[in-house]
Design a binder for this molecule. Structure first.
Ligand code: MSP
Length: 528
């Protein structure tokens, strides 16, 4: 079985913003979790490059659409590399193989009798690339999202007969777990129960689109072509594009992770298109919330857009990953607040987790010949920290299965809090001062180091860099939760992640390297 997961394919009308980074970071955590569990993962991301919005942006930039797409998609690719995103694929919808697959798919849909000609009249938002059902306003209404005037369209287009799929789509969206989180399911259900209407899948005057075979000069509506990018992405390098191949290449997707604004496309239109083409539907669609900044919507005109490249440069990957995944319930809307960001990172990562490891390994080195202390009773799985570790592990695993990154982060953090509490209670430094109970000190330090090791393993899907630094500090083999080809093949084989999570993995007497802070404090004087 393959675990195929996708981010949306991002529009290349502008450089990447925090919203796109948010989805991609969450998917990266999920991909790493699945790999650590031993699954074969195909993590897909990429760019959506056709349509009127891109065509116009290129015109404004004085570039050909292709040159513009090349430029912006390269920015995405570079950003994900800088963020160490472990995507296995990067698909661009201008890929020549994509055109072939779209044609094949369309032929199937047409042969199924699901394509009809019709007159498309309505108000269109180019920024959304979507017709608006009931636009408010008099002569020229505005888009409720972009606050820009809608454009009137009246043309003959090809329509996909979505109305024929009312029944199967109703069943699908009621299938437990298909749409998450549960609140979003209701939203989609309300829409579907209003009655599904056919929608236009071609455009007459948009040259920057894939031609509709047999219906030139119509080009495909950008969403029809974009969703199919998930399929093209699964083709392997030598593959001739063929829909028949996909079941061996990782289709259907285990999950599409998207923002709530594009849920309808993924949970309704897309499954219907797939059913029409005789292909299986995705197993799950997860619609996350929207990010604001200090309570305000981010936008160019407000000048408050957070640039993910700047964030990375100034704060490092662990800080931002932690804040976004720990502070915002995945599925809820979230607000980026710089002060809260700094406080959380410094309290949770630098103090609670970083200092725990640092001070414990310093003590162990000082009193036990620079090594993991010899251990007696701390090894029992009834030790309070052994129990806390087992509990945290179980909670992190369950939370990550349901994409609840916040609960996973909290459970891992609580283990570090428990270990700090235990250390303070036992106060091994006082025992050492009194020169009594050295055995007890050894046990206590062993138990705290062991808990820190488990914290490192538990945060690995969320904070791969910090986890590796912690493991190195504990003289443990790296995890390599990234793309398999990138994992070093000459590293000594270590037990799988799930076994490494068992209590008692640290070997007494293992030399410990000189401690260095694993997490720097954030000192942000200016606004990001
Ligand atoms: N090209 C389409 C997707 C096609 S998928 C086959 C698209 N692209 S997008 O670049 O406009 O948006 C990509 C994602 O970013 C969407 O999931 C959207 O919800 C998300 N976000 C855009 N702004 C956002 C925030 N402010 N906060 C969180 N996510 C946001 O739609």
């Amino acid at each position: 079985m393959t675990y195929t997961l996708t981010t949306p394919l991002y529009y290349v009308n502008d450089k990447p913003h925090l919203g796109s980074a948010y989805t991609t970071l969450a998917c990266d955590a999920l991909a790493r979790f699945q790999r650590l569990k031993g699954e074969r993962v195909i993590f897909i991301t990429g760019c959506d490059e056709h349509g009127l919005k891109i065509q116009r942006t290129a015109e404004q930039a004085g570039l050909t659409p292709q040159a513009h797409c090349d430029r912006v998609s390269a920015q995405y690719r570079e950003l994900w590399q800088a963020w160490e995103i472990s995507n296995d694929r990067f698909i661009r919808t201008t890929d020549p193989r994509h055109r072939q697959l779209v044609h094949q798919f369309f032929k199937r849909v047409e042969a199924a009798g699901d394509v009809v000609e019709g007159r498309q009249q309505g108000w269109y938002c180019v920024a959304c690339e979507e017709f608006k059902d009931d636009p408010a306003g008099a002569n020229t209404p505005n888009c409720g999202i972009h606050h820009r005037p809608l454009e009137w369209r009246d043309e003959i287009n090809l329509f996909f007969r979505l109305s024929r799929y009312q029944q199967p789509i109703e069943e699908l969206i009621r299938r437990p777990g298909f749409i998450s989180p549960p609140g979003r399911q209701k939203e989609v259900e309300n829409f579907v129960l209003q009655g599904l209407r056919d929608f236009s899948i071609s455009r007459l005057n948009v040259p920057w689109g894939l031609p509709v075979p047999g219906h030139e000069p119509q080009t495909f509506y950008v969403w029809f072509d974009a969703l199919l990018g998930y399929l093209t992405a699964l083709l392997e390098p030598g593959d001739v594009p063929d829909l028949e191949l996909l079941s061996q290449r990782g289709w259907p997707a285990s999950v599409h992770v998207i923002g709530k604004d594009i849920l309808r496309f993924h949970a309704v239109y897309w499954p219907a298109m797939l059913l029409s083409a005789g292909l299986p539907v995705p197993e799950r669609v997860f619609g996350h919330g929207f990010l604001t900044r200090e309570g305000q919507k981010m936008g160019k005109s407000l000048g408050n857009v957070l640039d993910p490249a700047t964030l990375l440069e100034r704060c490092g990957p662990d800080a931002v990953r932690w804040y976004l995944l720990r502070d915002i319930g995945f599925g809820d809307d979230g607000d980026f607040q710089q002060q809260r960001f700094t406080d959380l990172v410094n309290n949770d990562l630098a103090n609670t987790i970083g200092n725990l490891l640092n001070r414990t390994s310093s003590m162990a080195r000082r009193w036990f010949a620079e090594a993991v202390p010899p251990v007696s009773s701390a090894l029992t799985d009834q030790h309070p920290l052994a129990l806390a570790s087992a509990d945290a592990t179980q909670r992190v695993l369950a939370a990550l299965e349901r994409l609840d990154f916040r609960a996973a982060a909290e459970a891992a953090l609580q283990l570090a809090v428990a270990a700090n509490g235990y250390l303070n209670e036992q106060a091994p430094w006082s025992r050492m001062k009194r020169q009594e109970g050295v055995e007890q000190v050894a046990d206590d330090l062993y138990a705290v180091l062991e808990a820190a090791r488990i914290v490192a393993l538990l945060i690995a899907p969320l904070l791969p860099d910090l986890a590796e630094r912690m493991l190195a500090q504990l003289a443990q083999a790296p995890l390599a939760s990234g793309v398999p080809e990138q994992a070093s093949s000459d590293a000594p084989a270590s037990p799988p992640w799930s076994e490494r999570l068992w209590w008692g993995g640290l070997v007494a007497g293992t030399p410990l390297p000189e401690p260095a802070p694993v997490m720097a404090r954030l000192e942000l004087e200016e606004t990001l």
